[in-house]
Ligand binder design. Structure first.
Ligand SMILES: [Mn+2]
Length: 260
């Protein structure tokens, strides 16, 4: 059995300057890092160069998490959606420059006027995903779409949402299964059963089943032993990225014990 690759997301230090995050990467013992392309760490040419240098020195492989603050691929405004796609294309280009093994992005979210135009936001969400898939193909980047958390008005949170997506589009974009998020709608097992061959990336963090707390592994009510067993059953071969914002080193250690 191949040993599962364990990584860490830079989400835990998104509040720190980019230079501090780079320092943390050199001390944290992991060879796989998912860079959050947002906030103080929003990528540009200089930051990509620093990451590449750091990657070379420490033998780190990267994933990139798309920017998500204020970016809605299902926006009701054409101009806003154009801007969002432009921003996301930049992120894909940076992921390509970093030779990232995967680019993770969020689906769209309903707006204050969605109720007046039933189905429009869903249509725009799917159109934008199609465009992103096309852009990513040009850059040679593999993309995965993340199941996002309750109680927000996101368009793709549940197994049913993803089934609808695959039924109505002929896209085979893989899923970035976020186990913290699927713990909130109690669908972790169902996600694994329904989409066993379509899961291309995994985020792990813990919570008490009510809020998306991004706790350390084992500090919430996720049944990690069962999840680890399920990964073996579906012969998952992607990376497991720790997305906790506390007890990060301990979580990495736990993940290494769990997923092997
Ligand atoms: Mn996530």
């Amino acid at each position: 059995m191949k040993k599962q690759k364990i990584g860490v997301s830079t989400l835990f230090c998104l509040g720190d300057p980019f230079s501090v995050m780079i320092q943390r990467l050199s001390t944290i013992k992991t060879k796989y890092v998912e860079v959050v392309d947002d906030g103080l760490h929003s990528l540009d040419k200089r930051k990509v160069a620093v990451l590449k240098e750091t990657g070379k020195s420490f033998g780190i492989e990267y994933a990139v998490h798309a920017p998500f603050a204020d970016l809605n691929i299902a926006s009701a405004s054409d101009r806003m959606r154009r801007f969002v796609l432009e921003r996301l294309e930049k992120s894909i280009a940076h992921a390509s420059a970093l030779e990232a093994s995967v680019w993770v992005f969020h689906p769209g979210i309903k707006t204050g006027i969605s109720m007046f135009y039933p189905g429009m936001d869903w249509k725009r969400n799917c159109q934008c995903i199609r465009i992103l898939q096309g852009i990513a193909n040009e850059y040679g980047v593999r993309i995965t779409i993340e199941n996002v958390p309750e109680p927000y008005a996101f368009l793709m949170k549940s197994v049913e949402d993803f089934m609808k997506f695959y039924r109505e589009t002929n896209l085979n974009v893989e899923i970035a299964l976020d186990v913290g998020h699927s713990n909130l709608n109690r669908q972790t097992d169902q996600f694994l059963r329904t989409f066993s061959g379509k899961i291309g990336h995994i985020h792990v963090s813990d919570n008490m089943g009510i809020n998306d707390q991004h706790l350390g592994i084992g500090r919430g009510n996720v049944c990690w032993e069962r999840f680890a067993e399920s990964l073996l059953e579906i012969a998952y071969e992607g990376v497991v990225v720790v997305e906790s914002v506390e007890h990060v080193e301990k979580s990495l250690q736990k993940a290494r014990e769990l997923f092997h």
